[in-house]
Design a protein around this ligand. Structure first.
Ligand code: DI6
Ligand code: FE
Length: 409
């Protein structure tokens, strides 16, 4: 496995393309017919009509896109992609009638993934995570967020986050790491949630932050996980350390998770099936992005849909992600995620596409760097063999990617 090179590469222009720029000041998805993208040193030097290509780019290598569509590279802004083993056995249990909560209370669930992760080496974790990451990348994904949360002690949370960073070093993709120590109570804590949360906030988080392993901090706010007060304890420490927060909120019940996330200026609140109108309003005021995870909704056969209309009404931005994890969303396709958001949540094509590009970048605090086709951002692009962007949402189990470009290559 070669470590990627950072050498500047020469300029090129992708011509004869149709662009969906997703620029914020554009109409709709920002369509440019007869478009071109100029790339210099891995960044977008131009994105617009071919007739307006700046003269400096005339000497650059010219690539004919033969009328294909170019979108921003896709962004999966919520995954638990670093894990060991799988939970197909629990899937079978649930098919025989057990609920997710019952499986969890019977000692399965997250804790079984904790056992598997703890006994895996860094190399084994990399080997197991790679095919999942490659599957995402094969659909044009250029940025992936990865959470810890199956380690639940300092050593194993560190191991997870190091694996996530390493996956970004050996692959042409940007990785953002999130510390999710407040995911579940480890077996050795003997159900003492407060004592475990104290460890998360006072020992694990400061250590991992000092090692530069966490770009953000997450928690699971739910009756079967942690209370709003326990999450606040973790968020207070994250704020002290200057780390942004996000939250698994209102997935199975309304504990006011969305409002809690908003109070801390969270980048995103995720899941949100049970979020109230007040929760949506708080998110709008705090500019907290709603990250919807239709794969988990589908897989656990949830019937309460997230309040998409309330998010629209109050101007909450909506992103979509796979939630790739072994328990509730063994999903590694953002294309299928978009299809599910359209069919299950009645989201529009435009919302779905923005949800895996611009809004996903916003949910990671990366909108200044990626997520749209705009000058100055990284040249993170996906080139598609399609006639219209709606095809990306419409088809199931079909991948029309022609090429993927990460930082210009
Ligand atoms: N919500 C989820 O859907 C996943 N984690 C979380 O906080 C479930 C993770 C698992 O069951 O392994
Ligand atoms: Fe999740």
């Amino acid at each position: 496995m070669a470590v990627r090179s950072h050498a500047p590469e020469k300029a090129k222009v992708l011509r004869n393309a149709r662009l969906a720029t997703f620029a914020e000041n554009a109409q709709g998805i920002g369509i440019v017919e007869g478009g071109a993208v100029g790339i210099v040193d891995g960044r977008i030097a131009f994105a617009g009509p071919q007739s307006e290509i700046p003269s400096e780019l005339a000497v650059a290598e010219q690539v004919d896109c033969e009328g294909r569509w170019i979108t921003p590279g896709l962004i999966d802004c919520h995954t638990h992609l670093v894990y060991a083993g799988n939970r197909a056995n629990e899937f079978e249990m649930r098919l025989a009638g057990a609920s997710y909560e019952e499986v969890a209370r019977a000692g399965g669930g997250i804790v079984s993934s904790v056992k598997a992760l703890r006994s895996a080496s860094e190399e084994e974790l990399i080997t197991q995570a790679l095919p999942r990451l490659s599957t995402l990348m094969a659909e044009g994904v250029t940025t992936v967020e990865m959470k810890s949360g199956y380690g639940l002690d300092l050593e194993n949370e560190r191991k997870t986050l190091r694996v996530a960073r390493r996956l970004g070093e050996i692959n042409p993709v940007s990785i953002r790491t999130t510390f999710l120590g407040a995911h579940a109570v480890p077996p050795e804590a003997n159900r003492d949630k407060d004592a475990y949360i104290a460890k998360v906030a006072d020992e694990m988080l400061p250590a991992l932050a000092a090692e530069g392993l966490a770009d953000a901090v997450d928690g699971f706010c739910e009756n079967l996980a942690f209370s709003p007060q326990q999450i606040e304890r973790v968020f207070n420490k994250a704020s002290e350390l200057g780390l942004p927060v996000k939250l698994h909120a209102d997935q199975l019940s309304d504990l006011g998770g969305a409002a809690l996330a908003a109070r801390y200026g969270a980048l995103s609140a995720d899941h949100l099936e049970y979020t109230s109108e007040d929760g949506a309003k708080s998110m709008a005021r705090a500019a907290t992005v709603a990250v919807l995870l239709p794969g988990a909704y589908y897989f656990i056969r949830e019937t309460q849909r997230p309040p998409v209309d309330l998010f629209r009404k109050h101007g909450v931005r909506i992103a979509l992600a796979t939630d790739c994890n072994p328990g509730t969303s063994p999903l590694t396709s953002l294309l299928l995620t978009m299809n599910m958001a359209a069919t299950l949540f009645s989201m529009t094509v435009e919302e779905c596409l923005a949800g895996v590009t611009r809004e996903a970048a916003r949910a990671l605090g990366l909108l200044g760097e990626t997520g749209t086709l705009e000058t100055g951002k990284w040249a993170d692009l996906a080139i598609w063999d399609i006639e219209r962007p709606a095809e990306l949402v419409y088809r199931m189990g079909f991948n029309p990617l022609h090429a993927r470009i990460w930082r210009g290559q």
